[in-house]
Design a protein around this ligand. Structure first.
Ligand SMILES: [Zn+2]
Ligand SMILES: [Zn+2]
Length: 183
């Protein structure tokens, strides 16, 4: 769903969507289960920067809720989790601040992003908001034993007979995968 300044200048848009799992690619951080529901309102806000310069910002206010599978930070087993959050975002045309001129915005509670080519896709916004809403560290259970750093076995399922020693960095990289959040 694309919100363009041209459309929003005519009328704000109230939206209510249910996006199927294939609509947004969340990468390895999260897998969507079932529909992702989102509703809210898109509108244009005009920033008056001088007698002649008026910047058309897109404001997107709403919420999302969906069921996701997130890899356990220790054993990478999938963990089901409901992710739900409100958002209130302001998007400025990318070219306006491109020359390095920083302008303070008068609504400090609102996060600022940028849009290109005259509009913004709801899917792009939701992708970022969902990833931002992920807990820093998801565990399948509080005492998850994780993967053995030497042989890679899931130690919740199998007690391996590895002694302590130099670990294989490939398993450590795998175990740390889900604790990295993309910017
Ligand atoms: Zn685990
Ligand atoms: Zn082992």
């Amino acid at each position: 769903m694309l919100f363009t300044v041209v459309d929003l200048e005519r009328d704000p848009i109230n939206f209510s969507v249910a996006l199927p799992p294939a609509a947004i690619d969340f990468g390895v951080e999260a897998e969507q289960l079932g529909n992702l529901a989102s509703e809210g309102r898109a509108e244009v806000l005009h920033e008056h920067r001088g007698p002649k310069e008026i910047v058309a910002d897109i404001r997107l206010k709403g919420s999302f809720k969906g069921m996701f599978q997130v890899p356990c930070a220790r054993c990478v087993d999938p963990v089901e989790q409901i992710l739900a959050e409100d958002f209130d975002l302001l998007f400025r045309p990318a070219e306006v601040d491109a020359n390095g001129a920083e302008h303070a915005i008068s609504t400090p509670e609102t996060e600022i992003g940028y849009y290109e080519n005259g509009g913004i896709a709801l899917e792009d916004v939701l992708r970022e908001q969902v990833l931002l809403s992920l807990p820093a560290r998801t565990l399948c259970k509080p005492d998850c034993k994780g993967l053995c750093p030497r042989c890679g076995l899931n130690r919740n399922e199998t007690a391996c007979s590895c002694e302590q020693g130099p670990s294989d960095p490939r398993w450590e990289a795998l175990a740390g995968l889900s604790s990295r959040i993309k910017p």
